[in-house]
Design a protein around this ligand. Structure first.
Ligand SMILES: Cc1cc2nc3c(=O)[nH]c(=O)nc-3n(C[C@H](O)[C@H](O)[C@H](O)COP(=O)(O)O)c2cc1C
Length: 328
């Protein structure tokens, strides 16, 4: 459907629905399933710098004879690291060969660390772009906001210098002066911003009085934060915005496009309703475009972005003032 074509990170997408980095994109079969269901692009499940390092560390544990030999230690650590990196690169390579839609690799990094050494290899194996999933939980009361911000900027600047692949950063909304941070990323030359990531948060088992793992999927009302920030920033940026979190219906896709997004990412909706839901969302999008005589996204994308509104204050409202109160 030419009518749904969009560009994102300089890539041609047949439609704006991207399957986000998640268990839905963790193997070749699963990636293929996303393409078969009609996705416009896929973001491969992230490779985690933290996991590579901790698995390498675990592998070393108990191997006393190695611990006394620095050379052997380095060798073992590097072998373990290389094993994970090679496996991930091989998945990306197979995916780019098997799929016709763009394949975006994803790195989760903690700092401008060892991942920069292998990131160029993503281009060598044919990845169409790289999504950097970078988040520092601001839980250390000794570290102030300025220091954390600089750390993010450092990572993005280093990434931008290290390779030429199109680069998107997937961020959280947890920044002081978010608009300023977004503008800084844009100035650093990123090609896209994914607004926003949704993170794992632990839960409590009240019978065992213990922490329990929890996977809570988003719900269809969770989209408004991404919508507001897409609308507030899209028309002021050179880079593309890909909206993410809480995108479950075609109506929400339309809203994201109206606020200026080039594409959207979906995960929870597919986990809840299955891959066929991509088709349902695309059908709904086409029906809306028919109703509004839109031949392509050019006719309406960004129409309701803040910069283009007669009264820009609509997107700035954060308090439930009297006029917004409804009777309960
Ligand atoms: C089980 C699970 C695993 C995820 N793994 C990753 C990951 O490896 N890398 C990443 O960038 N995002 C990851 N995400 C976040 C999703 O890509 C997405 O940003 C988030 O779920 C919000 O989108 P949604 O509302 O459509 O689910 C994961 C989400 C879930 C639920």
């Amino acid at each position: 459907m030419e009518r749904l074509a969009t560009t994102y990170l300089g890539l041609q997408l047949k439609n704006p629905i991207i399957v986000g980095s998640s268990p839905l994109t963790s193997s070749l079969d699963k990636l293929k399933k996303c393409e078969d269901a009609g996705a416009g692009a896929v973001v491969v499940k992230s490779i985690f710098e933290e996991q590579i390092d901790s698995d390498a560390g675990r592998m070393m544990a108990g191997t006393d004879e190695y611990n006394t030999h620095a050379d052997a230690q380095d060798f073992l650590l590097n072998s373990s690291r290389n094993y994970y990196i090679d496996a991930y690169l091989s998945l990306v390579e197979q995916a780019t060969e098997a799929l016709e839609i763009p394949v975006i690799a994803s790195v989760n990094c903690r700092s401008k660390g060892s991942w920069l050494d292998y990131v160029q290899r993503f281009a060598d194996v044919g990845a169409d772009a790289l999504e950097l999933n970078h988040f520092i939980l601001p839980s250390d009361a000794k570290i102030d906001g300025e220091t954390l911000r600089e750390e993010y900027f450092d990572v993005v600047k280093s990434a931008r210098k290290a390779f030429k692949l199109p680069l998107a950063i997937k961020i959280s909304s947890q920044f002081t002066a978010l608009a300023n941070v977004i503008k800084q990323f844009d100035k650093m030359g990123v090609d896209g911003l994914v607004l926003f990531n949704r993170f794992y948060q632990p839960d409590i088992d009240i019978e065992k009085l213990a922490i329990k793992p929890s996977i809570t999927l988003s719900n269809p009302h969770d989209y408004t934060l991404a919508l507001q920030w897409t609308a507030l920033t899209s028309a002021y940026l050179n880079c593309d915005i890909c909206a993410s979190t809480g995108i479950h219906t075609s109506d929400t896709v339309v809203k994201m496009l109206l606020s200026g997004a080039k594409a959207v990412q979906v995960c929870s909706a597919l986990m809840l309703h299955g891959h066929a839901h991509i088709g349902t969302m695309l059908e709904g999008l086409v029906k809306w475009m028919d109703r509004h005589d839109a031949a392509s996204f050019v006719d309406f994308r960004g129409k309701l972005a803040q910069k283009r509104m007669e009264d820009p204050s609509h997107w700035e409202r954060a308090q439930y003032m009297k006029s917004l109160n409804v009777e309960f």
